[in-house]
Design a protein around this ligand. Structure first.
Ligand code: CAA
Length: 262
C-alpha cells in the first residue's frame, strides 16, 4: 500500500461537503501521466457517487498546477499505430463527464494538458503566479485534449490561435482579461478562494447545481436554439424536485431554505 505522500492524487474530504483533490507529482511539475489521470478520474467519480459531497476542487502543488501530459511517457509510444491502438489520452474525457461542479485552483504552470485539464473543470481560480499555455507546437505536436477546442470557446479565435501557434504563455492577469479564468487572487490564496467557491456551491441543492452545470456546458455543443430548448426543459424539470419547491416556499416565507438534495 502507498502512504498518502506517494499517492498521485491526494484527497481531502471535508465536512463542508466538498473534496479537495491535489495533483501530487511535484518533482515532475505534476506531469499528467496515464496513472495520475486514471487516479484523478477515479477520485472524481467517487466524489460524484458520494451523496455527502456536493463539489470538488482540483489543485496542484508548488510552482505547477500541471505542466502537461507526461512527455517522457508519451515519447515511449513510437508510432501512429501505437497511439491509435492505445487511444492515447482518451481516458482523460472522464473528467468532463463528472456531474458535480469542479473548481480548479491554479497556482502556477497550467501548460498543455494542464491547461486542458483546468479548462475541463467548471471554474478556474488563478493566483497571480499562474501561467497558461499550449506549448505542444514546441514539441512538434498539437494539443490533444481540448486545447484547440475549449480554448477558442474561452478566449476567442485570435488569442487561442496565437497561443496554439506560438506556444507562448498567458499570465494570470492576461488570462483573466481574456476570460479564461474567473478570478485572480494573491499568490498562496488560490486554494482558499477555490474552496470558498466550492463551499458556496455546496450550500445549494446538489441536483439543481448539476442541472445548471449540464446546461451551461451544453451551450458549448449546441446551437443557440437547441441550447435554449434544452435549458427550458431542464428549467421545467426543476419543478420535479422537492428543492425547487423548498427554495420558492422559503423565499415567500422569508426563511432560509433547507435543501433535501432531491
Ligand atoms: N512531462 C514530463 N515531465 C515533465 C513535464 C512534462 N510535461 N514538465 C516538466 N517535467 C519534468 C522535467 O522533465 C523535470 O524533470 P527532471 O527533474 O527529471 O529533469 C522536472 O519536471 C522539472 O521541470 P524543469 O526542470 O523543466 O522545470 P523548469 O522550472 O526549468 O521549467 C517548465 C518549467 C517551463 C514548465 C518546463 O518544465 C516545461 O516546459 N515543461 C513542459 C511543458 C509542456 O511542453 N507541456 C505540454 C506537454 S504535451 C501535452 O500536454 C499534450 C496534450 O495536449 C495533452
Amino acid at each position: 500500500a502507498f502512504s498518502s505522500s506517494e499517492e498521485l492524487v491526494l484527497v481531502d474530504r471535508r465536512s463542508s461537503g466538498i473534496a479537495v483533490l491535489t495533483l501530487n507529482r511535484p518533482k515532475a511539475l505534476n506531469a499528467l501521466s496515464d496513472s495520475l489521470m486514471r487516479a484523478l478520474a477515479e477520485k472524481l467519480q467517487q466524489v460524484d457517487a458520494d451523496a455527502a459531497l456536493k463539489a470538488a476542487v482540483v489543485t496542484g502543488t508548488g510552482k505547477a498546477f500541471a505542466a502537461g501530459a507526461d512527455i517522457k511517457e508519451m515519447n515511449s509510444r513510437s508510432s501512429y499505430s501505437d497511439v491509435r491502438h492505445d487511444n492515447m489520452l482518451a481516458h482523460w474525457s472522464a473528467v468532463s463527464s463528472i456531474r458535480k461542479p469542479i473548481v480548479a485552483a491554479v497556482g502556477g504552470f497550467a501548460l498543455g494538458g494542464g491547461c486542458e485539464l483546468a479548462m475541463s473543470c467548471d471554474i478556474i481560480i488563478a493566483s497571480q503566479a499562474a501561467k497558461f499555455g499550449q506549448p505542444e507546437i514546441k514539441l512538434g505536436t498539437i494539443p490533444g485534449v481540448g486545447g484547440t477546442q475549449r480554448l477558442i470557446r474561452a478566449i476567442g479565435k485570435s488569442k487561442a490561435m496565437e497561443l496554439v501557434l506560438t506556444g507562448e504563455m498567458l499570465s494570470a492577469e492576461e488570462a483573466e482579461k481574456a476570460g479564461l479564468v474567473s478570478r485572480v487572487v494573491p499568490v498562496g490564496t488560490e486554494l482558499d478562494a477555490a474552496v470558498a467557491v466550492a463551499e458556496k456551491i455546496a450550500g445549494f441543492s446538489t441536483p439543481v447545481a448539476q442541472l445548471a452545470k449540464e446546461c451551461v456546458n451544453a451551450s458549448q455543443e449546441m446551437s443557440l436554439a437547441e441550447g435554449l430548448r434544452f435549458e427550458r426543459h431542464l428549467f421545467h424539470a426543476t419543478w420535479g424536485l422537492e428543492d425547487r419547491k423548498e427554495g420558492f416556499e422559503a423565499f415567500v416565507a422569508k426563511r432560509s431554505p433547507e435543501w433535501k438534495h432531491r
